[in-house]
Design a protein around this ligand. Sequence first.
Ligand SMILES: *Cc1c(COP(=O)(O)O)cnc(C)c1O
Length: 488
Amino acid sequence: MQFIETRGNDGVKPSSVPFSEAILSPSASFGGLYVPENLPSLDKDFLEGHLESHYKALALDFLQEFGIDIETEVLEEALKRYDTFDEPSNPVPLTQIEKDCFVSELYHGPTRAFKDMALQPFGYILSKLAQKRGEKYLIMAATSGDTGPATLETFKNQEGVKVACLYPDGGTSDVQRLQMVTEDAPNLKVIGVKGNFDDTQNTLKDLLASEDFKAELKERGIKLSAANSVNFGRIIFQIIYHIHSYLELIRKDVVKMGEKIYLVVPSGNFGNALGAYYAKKAGLPIEKILISSNINNILTDWINDGVYDLTNRELIQTESPAMDILKSSNIERVMFDKFGAARTKELMEALAAENKFTLTSTELSSLREDFDASFSDDMECEAVVGMYAKKGYVMDPHTATCMRAYETLREKKLPTVVYSTAEWTKFSPAVSKALGHEVEGDIEALKWVSEHANVSVPAMINELFEKPVIHNLVVEKEAIKGEMLNFL
Ligand SMILES: *Cc1c(COP(=O)(O)O)cnc(C)c1O
């Protein structure tokens, strides 16, 4: 299976590359992204063949059907990373919260957010590729709070890969920040940036595109890669858990093979939702993918009105910071799939030049065949968190945005899977507030919520507050390049 480019080919880069190339060097012609030329089929036979499968077996088979150029032994080792999750026999448990509503908990990995689902195996594969080629790679991640910890965790002490993580100072929770700044390994660097997530992501994009930074790296014999969801190496693992959700509903006798379900995906960079889109396209019986956002609801406008407009928007900090994103990278892959490379290039160039693009009504209808969208503000999310906590289920604010989509967007009464993308422990002050007790700081909040809602705090969260801080650098955007060169 080869990978092609969302904005067409520039005649300099190869017009298609194998998986290994697409993940080692994820930037395609004209600033586009790599996408698979086609998808394996998730037909009835495939699904029936995996009714008894362990998550790892399902994943291995799916990856092999994809025909990626990674050896089986490497894939098997990579998937063993799921053995470190809370329940190795089922790393992604599904919990019923309403008669027809099930929460797929994607956060049972080492950093307590869904980023581990993809980054854990991806990190292993990328390091192995680097080692085998005798090459050195630099991964730079811009994080709104969850990618950073998960990227550091997967690459720490891995040969052949150095990681630098940029996070918006003040734009993450205490736990998220501590997960980064206490991470101690010689191949890791963590830098706080004065600005919001979009500033941080833009700084990274500029740096990655800059010729003189590339020249500096070349001199040091270091190649650049990326671990955010522009890298298809993450997306591929984010298709698998959607298949798993469906199989779980069959196993629980909620649906019969072939019956359709809704998925609700709390979205920012649209990687999770893109995985769902590919699963649907490959044949998984999904009625629609419902996208939920916080008040930074640019995806709601894109899906409901076909307008992607940054001109009148400022990023607003919310209680669901991992979704405080205005430039959502992976919508590009959906648009390529639906409208082709020429049109995608045109739309993305309009966005770059005018900060805005508008879909035609035909394009919008096509988008709405697969997606619908809504958003919730912080107050609404707090109400949702409080209501479910009373019923005995504690969810985080990102997950809480999903409940409005569940309640208002479903045209049919079909069983629904809501994705829980973080454990409440990563956002405990917001959860505590939602339960009626405002506190300063995560330590107090963790304690209070755990006592009052009768939920436990995992050891890896409690231990963070005792660990020494290794990285205490917070700088202006302009200083990033210098800091990076020091590190290298
Ligand atoms: C990253 C993240 C999201 C957004 O996921 P995308 O794939 O970027 O849309 C939502 N919730 C949490 C907790 C996250 O960490």
